[in-house]
Write a protein that binds this ligand. Sequence first.
Ligand SMILES: [Zn+2]
Length: 398
Amino acid sequence: MFSFAFVITVNSIAIANEETNIAYSARVVGDNERARIVVDFNREPQFKIRYLAKPNRIIVDLDDTKIALGDDQLTSRGILSDIRYGIMAKDKSRIIFSLKQPAVLEDQQLQVLEGETYRLVMDISIADQNEFNAVLQEQAWEIVDAQPINKKAVVKGNRIRLTETKESDQFVLVLDAGHGGIDGGAEGRNGAIEKDITLDFVKELQQALKDINDVELLLTRDSDQFMSLSARVQIARDAEADLLISIHADSIRQRTLRGASIYTLSREASDEFASNLADSENLTDVLAGLHIENAPDDVTGILVDLARRETQGFSDVMADRIVDDFKGQIKLLNNPHRRAGFRVLLAPDVPSVLIELGFLSNLTDEKLLTDPQWRKKTTKLLAKSISDYREAVLRERE
Ligand SMILES: [Zn+2]
């Protein structure tokens, strides 16, 4: 039994729609040996509890459930180092409990409460790594579908061409709003969340690009949904894209640091800062429990190396162009064109750049990044960079 006091704080939320299953209240109690997690639902939840290793995590996958919890309801404590939740796929949500040390589920109960609401109670207690590995091995693990829900073709005639060969005058651009769903990305000091900033930016850029003729635009995501890094790369490759631009916003301990930076792929990071940043951006897939490979399987061999070298050249040209167009208009970091091993830039045949719009850890940047005026100005400049790049690429093809 539990030795600590169990405080129940019932959240009196009005449940508007009986059709939707909502996780409307939750709490965590615990110490350094165990934790009890309680989640309340308005309807009977369909769920699966699973384990993930490296790092050790316990996850709860929920079907068709909206997670509507206050910021303070799932606070990590005791053996839990971190708790996150969000949308994984169209009809799947996930709660992830990261463990400070190996721990296993001792007991789980689904109770029916008064008024036909449901309470999921999970009791977790510490174990050694062998025990954890044993339950990990035992579990029947179906891979949760974290593939793109739909590939959305937008604007300019709605042409989406995945099999035919591309016409020489076509220019396909893939815009990638970083993070999404379960993966919120960086958080601002005033509460701005990276995944929202990137999506807003991409949508504004889509508007700004409407004036440019003959850009076929694909968005990797157009809503708050999770997508793995490899799925983002695959969308660009399948579309034989001429350019991929991935949008992000950074966060760092040094709160005075601000400004945008443009990244291209490199095995060796240009500095330690770039390397740490790439590591944290690459965490996306780890967070969702996806297996990480070093590179896509077909990315091998000398031909790929050649393609990659050419692609790298184009990526560098684009990054420098953006830096030039931003200069004097948008605050930039020192040496704004940087290089590091971002997984989303790995397509060997698609020139790819990643833009860190600024630092959410800096109050001025956070304000700008959430300001529609700043967004309009910046996307306009970027649309110009894209247009000029397109011209240059098409000229080269002639
Ligand atoms: Zn990011």
